[in-house]
Design a protein around this ligand. Structure first.
Ligand code: ZN
Length: 223
């Protein structure tokens, strides 16, 4: 008999429903230390592999549950834990620079929360400084942090944009992400060429002139 809940999940398919900018986390998400989580995930991943009929006594497979567990907690999804958010110190805008600053071609290494498959691509981020400026690499680090969670691309740009607006003390921030989803290219429709672009902005970027300047710099057409 078909599980009613699984049936619902299949009907929803790849439609992305997101109610909130926040990543949905349990209240007790970080009560356990990482080591304990790794141990538990290792056990459960071993069960998955066994259920698939794999022989865990094989030399090549025996270390896989631990490697996957450690990779989930310490690498792919390190950005779930707010303790890992990069420290974003700002500096006084001494130069009085008031034009657009664009940080381009920032690597996106993420994973979709619906299939736990990679999302790979690039982010372009711009802001117009008011009183504060930020070290350039901090933008890359912030993008990396929010990307390293189970994500949907719509939420990813929102989270980066909201955080930067807060840190920089200005609404004049724009974030564009273009990325390939392996859940689209390797399963389901199996489209190898399509990619997805999401855009979030505030302040002066609501004005098409500013948005077009940004899009021209990053080499994409306005829509
Ligand atoms: Zn997916």
């Amino acid at each position: 008999m078909k599980d009613k809940n699984n049936e619902r999940i299949e009907i929803l398919g790849d439609n992305h429903f997101s109610k909130n900018t926040e990543t949905p986390l349990r209240a007790d998400a970080f009560d356990k230390p990482d080591d304990e989580k790794i141990k538990n995930i290792q056990y459960h991943f071993e069960m998955i592999m066994k259920e698939m009929g794999l022989d865990l006594t094989d030399d090549s497979l025996s270390g896989t549950p631990y490697r996957v567990a450690k990779m989930y907690i310490k690498e792919l999804f390190y950005g779930l834990n707010p303790a890992n958010r990069p420290k974003l110190s700002t500096f006084e805008n001494k130069y009085g620079y008031q034009k657009m600053l664009v940080e381009q071609n920032i690597t996106i290494d993420s994973a979709c929360e619906h299939h736990f498959l990679p999302i790979v691509g690039h982010a372009n981020v711009a802001y117009i400084p008011k009183d504060k400026v930020i070290g350039l690499s901090k933008i890359n680090r912030l993008v990396d942090y929010y990307a390293h969670r189970p994500q949907v691309q719509e939420r990813l740009v929102l989270q980066i944009c909201n955080d930067l607006q807060k840190v920089l003390g200005t609404e004049d921030v724009i974030v564009a992400v273009s990325a390939k989803h392996l859940c689209v290219s390797s399963r389901g429709i199996k489209d190898k060429n399509s990619f997805t672009t999401t855009l979030e902005y505030g302040g002066c970027f609501a004005d098409k002139t500013y948005r077009d300047e940004f899009l021209t710099i990053i080499g994409q057409q306005s829509v």
